[in-house]
Design a protein around this ligand. Sequence first.
Ligand code: COA
Length: 146
Amino acid sequence: MDVAIREAEASDEGAWRRLWAGYLAHLGATVPDEVTAHTWARILDPASPVFCRLAVADDAIVGFAVCLLHEGSWALTPHCYLEDLYVDPQRRSRGAGRALIEDIRVLARTKGWNRLYWHTREDNPARRLYDGFAPASGMIVYKLTP
Ligand SMILES: CC(C)(COP(=O)(O)OP(=O)(O)OC[C@H]1O[C@@H](n2cnc3c(N)ncnc32)[C@H](O)[C@@H]1OP(=O)(O)O)[C@@H](O)C(=O)NCCC(=O)NCCS
């Protein structure tokens, strides 16, 4: 499968929302529609630090990566947090997930960002893919509801 990666555009909303719904179902998560709409609006807003890269194969959008750029206290240049990564279950194991991560890595290198990082569950089978990029950092995430 030939995979091309590109920036999301306004006309991609329907395809992205279908994949987004599949991603949330995979995670067993519920995100209110107003949040999904806000996320999509930020993706399209060039002034927002949120961006989305799409994997395209056979003229179809088969996966996405939603990222967030943010400042860090240990660096002069931004960190890129890969928050959401998903490939259509019918199109998996054909390189789209790897191509999305590689694409963001190239963007980070080109733009001089300080680091690319992401979180995952300890038991996520996708770690077979991730371990090929870098060893897991060993950091544990704590979450509070304020
Ligand atoms: C993670 C994900 C984006 C990878 O997409 P992909 O297009 O299948 O990835 P690639 O084809 O580039 O790489 C596939 C390799 O990743 C590993 N891998 C990824 N997901 C896997 C899974 N669920 N089970 C087993 N291996 C997996 C394997 O090593 C696999 O190689 P193989 O096909 O030769 O066995 C996709 O599995 C997915 O959307 N998963 C559900 C959502 C998710 O977990 N997102 C990440 C949250 S941190």
